[in-house]
Design a protein around this ligand. Structure first.
Ligand SMILES: [Zn+2]
Length: 785
């Protein structure tokens, strides 16, 4: 699918829309940075100075040069294996994987999709790694015929609703390219007046209402952008519309951004964006088996019992086609923010003057999909899993989305294979997952997570997602705060192919360039390093990390190299596009494989898991402060137990600090006692195991089995996709939602649950240090726990 990262990491100056999203939803924007700095200044005495600054390495004597969580011996061994690993991935074989994976369109559930599953499995087996298919039976609609979109009045005109063949791109004439459609649109046949609803989000309908425009019984046309498309469907339906047309405005990813394909990388006039309109913010996965794996014998809902799919027909069109519908519209002219990039003033319509006919015919069936699950067993901790995941299914050829990521996974697997032959034995198990059915609504990952929930809750250390690995050269990442330091440290060890710098430096420099804030002097802003630190975003949804983080509470990350990418979910997301625009040398595919594998190796091999909850505490506090600002602005800040929340955060922070120190000390003690061959050694090892177990369990403590209000599949109390964003995160989701709904009762209850979750997380951390206190480091006398 598409995570917000893709937008965030577009080249500078092209991320206008995204910026707006970031400010509202805690993505790393200028506003947030200001807040971050001001906040840090205020809490210097409460939190430990500098240690929340990711630029400062937490170090203890000799450990300073060690990889985080490794003894010096372990660290140098790890560095040797990692260096060896990073030699593995190669541009030529990456190119060959991508060529093979994108040879045919491979929509979930088709035989071409099955072929890609077999290709991935057989490749991974050929590297000496065990690999198997896992099948699920899920509800999957395909269009039975191309949709009809026609202007009925003021004159009759049938739109093309088809992407043109581009002579330069040989695959664009492939007859198997699926017609333009939205996944999970129902069949429908509607003729009605047309209303232009801008992005199709609640504020847009409010603006229309003020102009006296009612969309009940009408067909609405919305532009893509600012939210997941399923949100647009839900909002249109809730407002009484009978049909929804979504088009790609040239201002978003067409000619307003630059040259269009095949001259440039941006969307040409006939191209449209396919994509799912499932209500992702309510629940992802197979719509018929919510919360349960879609395997034979599991009871299925009837289609009319399903609450996560739209009931009105939804259809994507190109801006070439949209122009035919929008230009004749009358009614009020461009309310604030409604104007897009087509060369005429946008009217909102709503009169009988423009009438439109929309007809979609879908073939809904329960069909098979295939995950490919591969496994490298851990040598010492087989029952601790580091999970890497990427989806494989695509709307068409999927050169960027998602098979640049599949290619990176295959290259990482190939390099793991050669390490194994040379004697590398990861301490923990590495699981590599190639998901199916992601584009329809994270089907493959969700069903697998639901099937293996109990085992994952016990064994999973972290989940590392890569969806679109490469559409350019700009690195971006989102993750839980406990993984920030780990991600930054790994990017410091990967070379950026284009410059002679590291990926970290390139990323950091872009971050610095992107925050010119003339109002802030350095003194106001804090130190230079902190201003320049590349920020890692919050996880919302739109890719396969969602079931791991937001259903089970497994620490997760998502990352990729972004760029000027205007062919998203179109027939032109092809090998030709990639080899002419995205990554002609395939060097970024190699970098993605190196980085992803390095992260997995560090998590798999470290003695003490490199998860740091001090950053998490700081982040939660920022989220809360920001929410309270909103509350005060809306005069809702009465009756919340602000103090209890601040206390909970403070305790969580203090405990995180203690565990971090214990982890560092215990790793040092293991090193020392091993050299001394002391009988304290096994006890230190056992102690570190308890610390690791606690670090693994903290994220789980932040979930609440009762689930979020009105969407119980989502259990995480800190991170969820926004109800009205879908892609972008809505941190402290129920609390924020209650504030948006101006419901103080709900807000109070949500805050109580968040406080309880934080207290549980603190208790989990205490489990690690209670037995450690007073006997950490080598100076304390040996004592039995
Ligand atoms: Zn994708």
């Amino acid at each position: 699918m598409f995570s917000e990262i893709n937008r965030a990491i577009r080249s500078r100056g092209k991320s206008r829309d995204f910026c707006r999203v970031r400010v509202i939803h805690f993505q790393p924007g200028r506003f947030e940075l200001k807040l971050h700095r001001a906040f840090r200044f205020l809490i210097v005495s409460a939190f430990l100075l500098g240690q929340t600054n990711p630029g400062i390495v937490f170090s203890q004597g000799a450990a300073a040069s060690n990889l985080d969580g490794f003894t010096s011996e372990g660290s140098s061994a790890e560095r040797r294996w990692e260096d060896e690993f990073r030699i593995g991935p190669a541009p030529n074989s990456a190119r060959e994987h991508l060529r093979r994976l994108t040879a045919q369109p491979h929509v979930a559930g088709t035989k071409e999709d099955y072929s890609t599953a077999v290709y991935v499995r057989d490749q991974i087996r050929s590297y000496g790694i065990s690999s198997d298919l896992r099948e699920y039976e899920v509800l999957l609609p395909y269009p039975k015929q191309p949709a009809i979109v026609e202007l009925v009045s003021p004159h009759r005109e049938r739109l093309t609703a088809k992407e043109a063949i581009i002579p330069e791109d040989p695959s664009s004439s492939n007859p198997k390219i699926i017609p333009l459609f939205n996944g999970y649109s129902p069949s429908g046949d509607v003729t009605a007046p047309l209303v232009y609803v801008n992005y199709g989000l609640p504020p847009d309908y409010d603006a229309l209402k003020k102009l006296g425009i009612d969309v009940t019984g009408k067909i609405v046309i919305a532009r893509y952008g600012n939210s997941f498309r399923g949100v647009k469907a839900k909002v249109a339906e809730d407002h009484g519309a009978r049909g929804l047309i979504i088009y790609s405005d040239p201002a978003d990813d067409g000619y307003m951004q630059g040259d269009v394909y095949p001259k440039g990388p941006w969307r040409p006039a006939s191209s449209a964006q396919r994509g799912s309109v499932q209500f992702l913010s309510t629940a992802p996965g197979d719509p018929l088996t919510p919360g349960k794996p879609a395997v034979p014998g599991v009871p299925r809902l009837k289609i009319d019992e399903v609450k996560t799919l739209p009931r009105i027909p939804v259809q994507p069109i190109s801006y070439g086609d949209a122009r035919r519908l929008l230009e004749p519209l009358r009614g009020p002219v461009r309310p604030k923010g409604f104007q897009g990039g087509l060369p005429f003033p946008y009217h909102v319509g709503g009169t009988e003057f423009v009438r439109v006919h929309l007809k979609t015919v879908m073939d809904y069936q329960v069909r098979k999909i295939w995950n490919v699950i591969s496994r490298i067993d851990g040598d010492e901790e087989k029952d601790r899993w580091v999970v890497m995941g990427n989806h494989r299914d695509a709307w068409t050829f999927g050169a960027v989305d998602p098979n640049s990521g599949t290619t990176a996974m295959l290259e990482a697997a190939r390099a793991f294979g050669s390490l194994l032959k040379k004697g590398w034995k990861p301490r923990r198990t590495i699981v590599l997952c190639s998901w199916d059915g992601e584009e329809y609504g994270l089907l493959g990952s969700t069903e697998w997570v639901e099937e293996n929930a109990a085992e994952l809750k016990q064994k999973a250390v972290a989940y590392l997602n890569v969806d679109s690995a490469v559409s350019g050269s700009n690195f971006g990442a989102s993750s839980v705060p406990s993984m920030w330091k780990l991600i930054r440290s790994a990017t410091r060890d990967i070379k950026d192919p284009k410059t002679s710098q590291t990926v970290y430096q390139q990323w950091q420099e872009r971050a610095r360039d992107e925050q010119p804030d003339p109002e802030l002097t350095n003194a106001e802003a804090g130190s230079d390093t902190s201003i320049a630190e590349a920020r890692i975003g919050a996880l919302g949804s739109g890719s396969d990390f969602t079931p791991f983080l937001q259903h089970l509470g497994i620490p997760s990350s998502d990352m990729g190299f972004g760029g000027d990418y205007g062919v998203y979910h179109s027939a032109y997301d092809s090998f030709y596009w990639m080899s002419h625009f995205g990554d002609p040398s395939f060097a970024y595919h190699v970098a993605a494989a190196q980085l992803w594998g390095t992260l997995a190796m560090r998590l798999a091999d470290a003695d003490g898991l490199p998860l740091d909850y001090r950053d998490y505490a700081l982040q939660v506090r920022e989220f809360f402060e920001e929410s309270m600002k909103t509350a005060r602005r809306r005069k809702l800040a009465v009756g919340f137990d602000e103090k209890a929340m601040m206390n909970a955060v403070q305790k969580f922070s203090e405990e995180a600090e203690r565990v971090e120190k214990a982890r560092q000390d215990t790793v040092a003690e293991i090193e020392r006692t091993r050299v001394e061959a002391s009988d304290r050694h096994p006890r230190a090892v056992a102690r570190l195991q308890r610390i690791n177990d606690a670090l693994t369990a903290v994220e789980r403590s932040l979930t609440d089995d009762r689930g979020l209000r009105g969407r119980t599949w989502y259990t995480h109390q800190i991170y969820a996709p926004g109800t009205y964003t879908g892609y972008a995160a809505q941190p402290l989701p129920d609390f924020r939602q209650a504030l948006d709904d101006r419901n103080t009762e709900n807000a109070r209850e949500a805050l109580d649950r968040i406080i309880a979750a934080l207290n549980r997380a603190t208790e989990t951390l205490k489990g690690a240090t209670d037995t450690v206190r007073g006997q950490s480091a080598g100076t304390s006398p040996p004592s039995s726990p």
